[in-house]
Design a protein around this ligand. Structure first.
Ligand code: T1G
Length: 642
């Protein structure tokens, strides 16, 4: 049974049990409706505790049902029935009460939570607004300043913050169910949320600043501004009108392209590691070695420490080891300050640094993050082969080198794998798990489980020059270069792609990263005869002139007081390289040519077996390269014809 009712004396405990996250599927809605009827007709029931089995309170409506025809009872009706009850209902919240889950809790008359619980309204991240009273009940419990951050920002808050703000009535001391039963026994009458006055804006300027910050960060995602408008209307409209407006807005957004795109990515991200090889038993992982304490290595080490692993950081000498350890300590300090790291002292205690590989003799996994040069990486792997246990997994963080060639350095290549982190490693969600030909299944399974333990979105990639993301981005760069030769300028290409929804344009990105890195790669690949057809002289000429980007005061743009300006030098080089007539290119021309180039490269990656599916390509491009999330990714948006 998805919803059960048990008696504890005069208290009824209604329990939802719909694994894995108690999503409000139809069976849950019907079960709750039945429970209201049952408890209202039982004169000897004085109060109801609403609890959930498993790891969390209701985590929202069942997103899988969104593309199916609605089936009554709908969630607003269920919540209205709970709220109208004469018998007081007490929500007992644990885990994450999100979306419809928090809306159900707010429809209850009282709320008690486990101190570690979190609650929020993430609908905006799915291109929606709350559809079951969230924008109408929340402002009757907390200030509008907090309500707008929750509704339009989509981020959950802690139980402590919720208690202080008025969203919770109590935090459970000890067992949640016992505390909820005791709380329910003390309730004599229902307190209906809709009957409470709107709390209002305690600091109108703070409200406006939150709203404008969220609108700016949303870029092209419409649901954020719609959520702000819906909430603001809810502050002044009679509750029945506000509920009707909210529901109409929700239904309209649910059918939108952006909501479809965001639902696609939500499920695509959760399907990337569904692979037969992950059925193997993963190896135990507690002690992770990281070779290289530079930005990347220190970021990886910090992330592993934050997620509970013991880390030994290896550098070539004491000074470098101390510098690397200091980078880690600084990162941990920053994360602790932002409330992202609770066990700061524990994380620091788990960090060791050393200058010789024998410190890795007991490591379960070693990740190398040394200079991107094949001979350097091969030397590191050969040394690790001798210094580590034969069952230790050896991972390279290379972003494009041949992982098969690196693995071949080992006596047992089956223990080698690629773990391509994105910088900053403790913040970026994407992890490309690069699978060499001879990798063992349990090594693949271990990498998949590590990805989840690190809170990453892991995507499998085959071995090729640049794996999935960098291969696609190089096709983006090549098409952008061709657009320059055909008549566009860097600022026009960048403006078009920013209007499409990228956080920045490809030329701005190159100036930020540095043109010299790509220049060195082009020279290497040209020497290997691998660059035919993708070889624009423009970039080379800028590098030959020492224009490496922001760090040299000029690249594709000139930088004056840190601000990018179109460069006459670059325009002159482009005109010379064009050598002829320039075409008129509109923004649409630019966007469609670049999208076609991205998709062609993506199709090639799938064809070659480097990427497993179009969905994986969407996940990589959205989570690692700034492709606008609300489009669903380059492949999903192509299927939809945009
Ligand atoms: N609907 C359906 N399935 C869901 C789901 C949902 N809301 N949330 C999670 N799942 C599945 C997920 O696909 C995966 O399935 C499994 O649960 C574990 O998820 C009316 C309209 C709760 C924080 O946006 O944020 O309510 O892969 O891998 O890392 O106003 O899931 O195992 O088959 O993410 O521990 C609002 C979305 C919906 C919450 C748990 N709610 N979920 O994270 O596990 S709209 C959300 C999450 C709404 C109302 C509106 C996370 C989590 P499978 P997981 P996790």
């Amino acid at each position: 049974m998805t919803v059960t009712l048990q008696r504890h004396g005069a208290i009824a405990v209604v329990t939802i049990d719909n694994p894995p996250v108690n999503a409000v599927a139809h069976a849950v809605r019907q079960g709750l409706m039945d429970a209201v009827a049952q408890t209202e007709n039982a004169a000897d029931i004085r109060a109801v505790v609403l609890a959930c089995a498993g790891r969390t309170f209701v985590a929202g409506a069942d997103v899988k049902e969104f593309d199916m025809p609605p089936v009554d009872p709908n969630l607003p009706d269920v919540i209205a029935a709970i709220e109208a009850a004469e018998t007081p209902w007490v929500a007992a919240v644990h885990g994450t009460a999100l979306g419809g889950g928090l809306e159900i809790a707010m429809g209850c008359h009282y709320r008690i939570a486990d101190p570690k619980a979190r609650m929020g309204l993430p609908e905006v991240t799915l291109g929606l607004v709350p559809g079951a009273g969230g924008t109408v009940r929340l402002p009757r419990l907390v200030s509008a300043d907090l309500a707008v951050a929750m509704v339009a920002g989509g981020k959950p808050i802690s139980a402590q913050v919720a208690l202080e703000a008025g969203l919770l009535d109590a935090l459970a001391e000890g067992d949640l169910r016992d505390a909820a039963l005791a709380f329910a026994a003390s309730c004599s009458a229902p307190r209906r949320t809709l009957g409470l006055p709107v709390v209002g804006k305690t600091d109108p300027e703070a409200f406006d600043k939150t709203a404008s910050d969220l609108r700016r960060k949303a870029r092209g995602q419409r649901s954020v501004s719609v959520a702000i408008e819906t909430l603001e209307r809810g502050l002044t409209l009679p509750s029945a009108d506000a509920l009707a407006e909210e529901r109409a807005t929700f239904l309209s957004l649910k059918a939108s392209d952006q909501a479809r795109g965001l639902r696609h990515i939500f499920f695509a991200e959760r399907a990337t590691l569904a692979d037969p090889r992950c059925k193997a038993e993963p190896r135990a992982l507690t002690h992770i070695g990281v070779v290289g304490g530079g930005t990347m290595g220190a970021g990886i080490a910090s992330l592993c420490l934050m997620r509970g692993f013991a880390v030994t950081l290896i550098e070539r000498d004491d000074a470098s080891a101390e510098a690397g350890a200091e980078r880690v300590r600084t990162t941990l300090q920053g994360s602790a300050k932002r409330g992202l790291l609770h066990d700061h002292a524990g994380a620091l205690a788990r960090l060791q640094s050393a200058t010789t590989y024998d410190a890795l003799a007991e490591a379960d996994l070693v990740i190398e993050a040394v200079f991107e040069d094949m001979s350097v990486k091969k030397n590191v792997f050969a040394a690790l082969d001798a210094a580590t246990r034969p069952d230790a997994i050896l991972a390279t963080n290379t972003s494009y080198l041949d992982v098969n060639e690196i693995a071949a350095c080992l006596k047992d290549p089956s223990r080698a794998i690629g773990l391509h982190f994105f910088s900053p490693a403790h913040i970026m969600k994407l992890l490309e798990i690069v699978l060499p030909d001879r990798v063992a299944d349990d090594v693949v399974a271990t990498a998949a489980r590590l990805s989840k333990s690190l809170g990453k979105i892991g995507v499998f990639s085959g071995v090729c020059d640049g794996f999935i993301g960098n291969r696609i981005m190089s096709s983006y760069r090549s098409e952008a270069d061709r657009l320059l030769l055909d008549g566009a300028f860097p600022s026009e290409v960048d403006a078009a792609m920013r209007d499409f929804g990228f956080p920045m344009g490809i030329f701005e990105m190159q100036d930020l990263a540095g043109l010299d890195i790509a220049w060195a790669m082009r020279k290497r690949r040209r020497a290997e005869g691998k660059l035919a057809g993708n070889d624009s002289r423009i970039s080379d000429r800028l590098c030959e002139a020492g224009r490496f980007g922001r760090k040299t005061g000029g690249g594709w743009y000139d930088y004056v007081d840190g601000r990018a300006q179109p460069s006459e030098h670059v325009s002159k080089v482009i005109d010379e390289e064009r050598g002829g007539e320039a075409m008129m290119l509109t923004q649409d021309d630019i966007i469609s040519r670049i999208l076609v180039a991205l998709r062609n490269e993506a199709e090639a990656l799938i064809e070659e077996g480097i990427a497993r599916s179009a969905n994986d390509i969407d996940v990589v491009m959205v989570n690692g390269y700034g492709f606008p999330r609300w489009t669903g990714g380059p492949m999903f948006s192509a299927r939809r014809g945009s």
